[in-house]
Ligand binder design. Structure first.
Ligand code: GLA
Length: 727
């Protein structure tokens, strides 16, 4: 039983294979957090201590007992206004102008299946794989009811949390802040690992000590952002890839978020993950409700590697959906870095011909095929095929590409509008704008108000009219600016950031239902919306607009802490690289791109004959290991921010096959030899290097490592496939 409730002391226990989570309803009806971590067996309420804490409030029910304070006790869902001065999970602004919500337990229910969320992405599980605990809390004055949702995936070692806030009172209230997860740790020192970055340099790892005061990061950009990813790890200071304890939290949401960590006056640590409170004032009239997006939690007592493996499995098997959840991902050629906006139908057909010759499965016609779109100053919103530019209809073009044995896909950016477009001229109020102010431009475009159904319906109709013309296999859904001017002509300000995201999810859901065979790839200037929320709809996402192999090593390293390789789109591009000017060998570019869903982002016509042969070989090799990359367990073998090489490997579930990749990052005179230690093999099994035929024990490769060749060149790369010998 994954969920247990003991009536006598009102203790809830959630259990997964290797972890336990416990909380308790106390005598006053407050829901206190007791424990989260490795498996425990008893009731952990003995951990609670009560002392007279100066200047900390005492609820009136405790009378003159000054030892009871919510400012010191660990809580499941701390709300503002009841004497806890730490960061709040919930702030409710009441009709009388007060900010107070005194949440007390009123009941609970367990369900034999994992909950789903209305209109929001969430982890799903087959009956028997997941269970739900719902705990009901209520403020007796405002009659705000809060349902805490806990999903338990026992075998996967995953716990999920979400929250539904419902106004059951007569008067309207406004939700000013809402998290879906609070973790209160009674003791311990923690490091916080977060993933910061910028456009074309996403998800760099930062590790800092959580000290006194608030440590916060998040997004106010309307998307989860390039700048901070909605995911965090809490770890002991000595935790490494394969030792020590760590907790992971991923927010299953693609909009504004907030993660806060604070060590309090008693050296207790509180961590919150939820909706961003800035630009958010969510009114709830009588009977209305707000669902706070889900957080996925896991705990590992054996380092980051195991934690990542659990998140990878959960995202791959319980979040990604559709035909491509389990299907091989097509190798694709994208036209963007090949021709940017300057192409016509001929260019596309030439690319298709190259794709066919090289063994590439699919051609993607990126930005520039619609409306007046010769650069990024105009045309967004006018989803009409530019037949003049293409020299034919889209149907004719698609058919010609398909006739060559190549699948076809297109780029779209449904959420945006250019001021120079018919759509904007006809419906200027459809863009998010603050009345009486000039809107802030970003890439010379504005954002459509996707919180409005009629706006979404119109764009949906236009996009479907395109998709219905041809047999597309793929679309790339882009979003190329941050959201400013947070104001909807119909919905005002407070609800927009959240309702906008719900609108995007609604659109994607409708698209998936109507076109279940189309693979949708997510994108937002590369990795600006690379998050678990999007993965529910788009099982792969363009990881970064930076295709430089060396930078990608670091971007993909940071990405790997939570997101599986199957979600990471990674392409070989031309040299000198368009973002950095760096030149790296075709082989090394291929090795780096094979750490994800693989493809090309160049004009193959410009390749030398021997390079074309090398590309054919890369594709053959990728296809041979595609399943291992998509489904295998991923191991980080180095830290490319610190080490002289980047190394990673995939190991099949049965450990009978492994695929190692190494890229040397430094070369020096009289270079020292580097030994790469492998992970995840069966120690006593013998593995054969499929190329050299050499045999090694798994333990030997893991304990002593493999010497890497010393070569006098920059960024040499190596791939080794290992097969377990039958014993
Ligand atoms: C974004 C994407 C690119 C490309 C362009 C097109 O920057 O990340 O891959 O699609 O838009 O405008």
């Amino acid at each position: 039983m994954a969920i247990e409730f003991r009536h006598e002391n009102r203790v809830f226990t959630l259990e997964t294979r290797h972890t336990s989570y416990q909380m308790k309803v106390d005598d006053f009806g407050f829901l206190l957090h007791l424990y989260y971590g490795g498996r425990i067996y008893g009731d952990m309420d003995y951990l609670l201590t009560y002392y007279d804490r100066g200047f900390s409030g005492n609820p009136s029910d405790v009378g003159n007992d000054r030892t009871y304070s919510l400012d010191a006790l660990p809580q499941e869902y701390p709300a503002m206004g009841v004497g806890d001065f730490r960061n709040s999970a919930l702030i409710v602004h009441n009709a009388d102008g007060s900010d107070c919500c005194d949440l007390r337990y009123i009941g609970h229910e367990t369900k034999k299946e994992k909950y789903r969320l209305q209109g929001l992405p969430a982890v799903y599980a087959d009956p028997g794989e997941g269970e739900t605990l719902e705990i009901y809390l209520e403020d007796r004055v405002s009659h705000v009811k809060v349902t805490l949702l806990y999903g338990v995936l026992e075998e996967a070692d995953i716990i999920t949390r979400s929250v539904v806030i419902e106004n059951q009172g007569e008067q309207s209230v406004t939700v000013e802040k809402a998290a879906s997860t609070c973790l209160d740790f009674l003791s311990g020192d923690y490091d916080m690992l977060s993933f910061y970055g910028r456009h074309t340099m996403e998800r760099n790892l930062q590790r800092e000590k959580i000290s006194h005061g608030n440590h916060a990061f998040g997004s106010r950009r309307g998307a989860s952002s390039h700048q901070y990813n909605p995911a965090v790890i809490l770890a002991g200071e000595n935790t490494t890839e394969d030792t020590g304890s760590c907790y992971g939290m991923v927010f299953v949401y693609s909009g504004n978020f907030l993660c806060e960590a604070e060590k309090d006056q008693y050296d207790q640590t509180r961590v919150l993950m939820g909706l961003q409170s800035d630009l958010f004032h969510y009114p709830l009239g009588k009977g209305e409700r707000l669902t706070v997006p889900e957080t996925i939690l896991s705990y590992s007592d054996s380092g980051f590697g195991e934690l990542s493996a659990r998140f990878h499995r959960c995202i791959r098997e319980h979040l990604c959906r559709g035909k491509y959840k389990d299907a091989p991902r097509p190798v694709l050629l994208n036209s963007w870095e090949a021709s940017y906006f300057s192409f016509n139908g001929e260019t596309i057909l030439k690319l298709a011909k190259c794709a066919a010759d090289l063994g590439i499965d699919m051609l993607v016609m990126d930005d520039g095929w619609f409306g007046k779109r010769e650069d990024d100053n105009s045309g967004l919103g006018d989803w009409k095929v530019n037949e003049k530019k293409l020299g034919c209809t889209l149907k004719e073009l698609t058919e010609k590409v398909n006739e060559m044995g190549v699948k076809f896909g297109i780029w779209i950016e449904p959420e945006m509008v250019s001021e120079d477009s018919d759509l904007y001229r006809n419906h200027p109020d459809w863009a998010l704008q603050i009345p009486g102010r000039e809107p802030v431009r970003c890439r010379n475009q504005l954002v459509l108000d996707f919180s409005r159904e009629e706006v979404r319906d119109f764009i949906f109709g236009e996009i479907c009219a395109i998709l219905d013309q041809c047999s597309f296999a793929y679309i790339k859904w882009d979003m190329n600016r941050s959201i400013t001017d947070v104001y909807s002509a119909v919905n005002g300000q407070g609800k927009v950031t959240y309702d906008y995201m719900l609108g995007v999810y609604d659109f994607l859901e409708r698209l998936l239902r109507k076109y279940p065979d189309i693979l949708i790839e997510g994108c937002s200037g590369g990795g600006g919306r690379f998050d678990a929320g999007m993965m529910y709809y788009t099982p792969q996402i363009w990881c970064s607009d930076n295709t430089d192999a060396v930078d990608r090593l670091r971007i993909q390293y940071g990405t790997s802490f939570f997101y599986p390789a199957s979600t990471v789109c990674s392409h070989v591009s031309a040299v000198p690289n368009h973002q950095t000017g760096r030149s790296v060998s075709l082989h090394t570019r291929g090795v780096v791109a094979m750490a994800g869903s693989f493809g090309y982002e160049l004009n193959p016509e410009k390749l030398l004959p021997e390079e074309k042969e090398a590309v054919k070989e890369q594709i053959r090799q990728y296809k041979a290991v595609e399943e291992l990359i998509r489904k295998g367990t991923y191991y980080r073998l180095s830290d490319p921010f610190k080490d002289v090489y980047a190394a990673w490997m995939f190991v099949s579930e049965e450990k009978e096959r492994a695929f190692l990749s190494v890229v040397m990052l430094e070369i020096h005179g009289n270079m020292t030899v580097n030994y790469v230690k492998l992970r995840g093999l069966e120690p006593q099994a013998v593995y054969r290097d499929t190329e050299s035929g050499r045999r090694y024990y798994g333990a030997d490769l893991m304990e002593a490592g493999l010497p890497m060749p010393v070569e006098q060149k920059e960024y040499p790369a190596y791939q080794i496939e290992l097969m377990k010998e039958c014993s």
